[in-house]
Design a protein around this ligand. Structure first.
Ligand code: NAD
Ligand code: UDP
Length: 314
């Protein structure tokens, strides 16, 4: 039986990954300090092969017994979280990633870094292939997240090249689904909460900036395939379907049958104007492509129970 460690396993993506690995019969050790995650995301798990360890990954991580996979997802991920926790975000990307890689090295485990499309910053190449080096403001408010992830990627490649660790880097584009916190500040949970309460949807700027939204089950499938591959360079994982934020707001009003209006608020500094993954590498390497369209994924998200929001009837 394989043993997997999932750092950040009580978060949105991490909890879905724990579910998936348990379904496959893995033993799963979920390591999380509950900074932005919650026990509610994992309280449904009854599997005797599941262990929760409340631990801050910026501190030394030592575990008994064999480990086959280390999925390193621990990090604040929403802009309001990393703006609230700037130093912690830099420490998770640096010390936290050192500790997770050190564990993978000691256990001879396969390692995966949950990196991000934010390494491309406000991109000047569109869509973004993995070969694009990015356009990041290192000293702007988003720099703490972007540079932490860029450093984590550099560290991961160094552990691979110098130490022979079996590493993988997933550059994850905006992913959504059940278990996102209604108050985590990201566009989809915010708009769903506002629409389900029939309150105005807060579109930042004129709403012409674009994002490409991937449903969580597609993303987890991609992560799962990637860590078993022998490719060590970064791989984009995301849904290439590109929407303006205004289109997203309108779609969420439609899906929730809401009477909400749209209001416009100030655009945050360094907010990327466009974002769309080029997933040629993932398609060719992993035979992977997303299968869930935005409308369907939003339906599934609003229908799911949420601790702070009643499910919306379809
Ligand atoms: P999330 O905030 O729901 O999950 C992050 C988890 O990490 C939380 O459970 C949090 O408590 C935990 N954590 C934070 N600091 C920690 C520490 N020092 N020690 C232990 N645990 C810690 O966010 P998410 O959306 O699930 O993101 C998970 C990962 O995927 C992050 O690394 C994020 O950067 C990456 N990612 C997510 C997206 C997305 O769209 N969801 C996009 C790109 C990258
Ligand atoms: N956004 C918005 N209103 C909100 C939250 C976000 O218009 O209440 C915009 C945000 O400015 C960005 C996009 O939606 O252009 C996606 O934001 P999110 O925080 O979900 O993720 P990002 O891709 O910026 O990390």
């Amino acid at each position: 039986m394989a043993t997997s460690i999932v750092t950040g396993g009580a978060g949105f993506l991490g909890s879905h990954l724990c579910d998936r690995l348990l379904e496959e019969g893995h033993r799963v050790i979920c390591v999380d300090n509950l900074d932005t995650g919650t026990l509610e995301n994992i309280e449904h798990i009854r599997d005797p092969g599941f262990v929760f360890l409340q631990h801050d990954v910026t501190r030394h991580l030592q575990l008994e017994g064999p480990v086959d996979y280390v999925f390193h997802l621990a990090s604040p991920a929403s802009p309001i979280d990393y703006l609230r926790l700037p130093l912690h975000t830099l420490k998770v990307g640096s010390y936290g990633t050192h500790n997770a890689l050190g564990l993978a090295k000691a256990k001879r485990a396969r390692f995966m870094l949950a990196s991000t499309s934010e390494v491309y910053g406000d991109p000047k190449e569109h869509p973004q292939p993995e070969s694009y080096w990015g356009h990041v403001n290192p000293i702007g408010p988003r720099g703490v997240y972007d540079e932490a992830k860029r450093y984590a990627e550099a560290l991961t490649m160094a552990y691979h090249r110098q130490q022979g660790v079996d590493t993988h880097i997933a550059r994850i584009f905006n992913t959504y689904g059940p278990r996102m916190r209604p108050h985590d500040g990201r566009a989809i949970p915010t708009f769903i909460r506002q629409a389900s309460e029939h309150k105005p949807l807060t579109v930042f700027g004129d709403g012409s900036q674009t994002r490409s939204f991937c449903f969580v089950s597609d993303l987890i499938e991609g992560l799962r395939r990637l860590i078993d591959d022998d490719y060590h360079l970064p791989v984009n994982l995301g849904n290439p379907g590109e929407y303006t934020i205004l289109q997203l707001a309108e779609e969420i009003i439609r899906v929730t049958n809401s009477t909400s209006e749209i209001v416009y608020e100030a655009l945050p500094q360094d907010d990327p104007a466009v974002r769309q993954p080029d997933i040629t590498v993932a398609r060719e390497l992993l035979a992977w492509a997303p299968t869930v369209e935005l409308g369907e994924g939003l339906q599934r998200t609003v229908a799911a129970p949420s601790p702070e929001r009643a499910p919306v009837a379809p």
